[in-house]
Design a protein around this ligand. Structure first.
Ligand code: SF4
Length: 347
């Protein structure tokens, strides 16, 4: 039986070193290869030009190197860049570069499709094919960073896990990707500039607390009572608002990291003053820094609508009057289906 080749990026530094030892190669080979894998962003063994050709061939015969490639790129009139990435086993997944004057943010995906079926989200209408591996998530960040340098002559300043998939249902890979993104021998970014956004998996929010992570957490709330939230986010049936409030308090007690709420406004569904009051009640029970109020972006599959400007204004004013730290987030990249909730691998 043919031996199954291992992905070289799933080896630790020590394992790479041990491997070269078995070949009778010098120790510094491990450093060279590790640099190619995590800092010089090689996409194949052929790229590793400071290794001899026979050694590159030997590596290629022994290991796989399934790097992500860019399949298509779309540019929005507002500067947003959406990329469709292709995995080595031919799946497609999307990531977005969102530029502002102060920030260059990468919005990355953690799964191919999503199993949570939120009613307002295009990804929720796709099947979940599989989790992304940590090296694939890392590639998304690297490729979007290269786009940022090329288009805006600036490196990424922020990363949000708000693309396709539920990051906390791919916990191990998301945390390993963040370890590589923040490692000095990786991309060396600050964890404070990374936000993981969840639809609300209470058990895993607690796990983040136990693991004492350093990045920020965002909870996609979108409805402020269980009845409404069950209607648009089926995960609420097993992870209700009370369970999420408790989990967020535990997370904060363990990490003291910033927490934000995300709340998309849907016309006639969650945009009344009564809804705002229920939202304020939840906000008061969690040490949250901010509520991001998000403009809804219509998708073909769902019947929701965006509220008119007066309703949005009234909702925001009500929050402000009650001293809630809330910010209205206008959508970016709508013309290329790159805005929040619109990612679905469309051409
Ligand atoms: S909003 Fe997030 S968790 Fe919900 S279906 Fe979309 S990708 Fe999945």
């Amino acid at each position: 039986m043919e031996k199954v080749k291992k992905n070289i990026r799933h080896l630790t530094y020590d394992e790479i070193e041990a491997y070269f030892d078995t070949l009778g190669e010098k120790k510094f080979r491990a450093k060279q290869v590790h640099e190619w894998l995590w800092q010089k962003h090689a996409h194949s063994f052929e790229d590793m030009t400071n290794l001899s050709k026979p050694l590159r061939q030997h590596l290629a015969d022994t290991f796989t190197f399934p790097a992500l490639t860019i399949d298509a790129t779309q540019f929005s009139t507002d500067g947003t860049v959406k990329s469709r990435f292709r995995t080595a086993d031919n799946h497609l997944v999307e990531g977005v570069l969102i530029p502002t004057d102060e920030r260059k943010t990468a919005c990355v995906s953690s799964q191919i499709g999503c199993s949570l079926s939120c009613k307002f989200c295009a990804t929720g209408y796709m099947d979940r094919k599989r989790n992304l591996e940590f090296d694939e998530i890392y590639d998304e960040v690297v490729l979007i960073n290269q786009q940022s340098e090329k288009t805006y002559e600036k490196k990424l300043s922020n990363i949000v896990f708000m693309g396709m998939g539920e990051p906390l249902l791919n916990y191990r890979n998301v945390l390993r990707a963040i370890e590589r993104i923040t490692a000095p021998d990786g991309l060396a970014m600050s964890p404070r500039r990374i936000t993981v956004s969840t639809a609300g998996v209470a058990k895993m929010i607690r796990q983040l607390g136990d693991d004492k992570v350093k990045f920020k957490l965002a909870l996609s709330l979108h409805a402020a009572n269980d009845k409404k939230r069950n209607e648009i986010m089926p995960i609420n049936e097993t992870n209700n608002i009370k369970a999420l409030i408790d989990a967020l308090n535990y997370y904060y007690k363990m990490t003291e990291n910033e927490i934000t709420f995300e709340y998309i406004l849907f016309k006639g569904f969650n945009d009344s003053t009564k809804d705002a009051d229920e939202l304020i009640k939840i906000y008061r029970q969690v040490p949250a820094d901010l509520i991001n109020i998000i403009e809804y972006n219509p998708i073909d599959q769902a019947l929701f609508e965006k509220p008119d400007e007066t309703a949005i204004h009234q909702f925001m004013t009500h929050l402000e009057k009650n001293r809630v730290n809330a910010r209205l987030r206008r959508s970016r990249g709508k013309d290329i289906d790159a805005a929040c909730g619109q990612l679905a691998n469309k051409s």
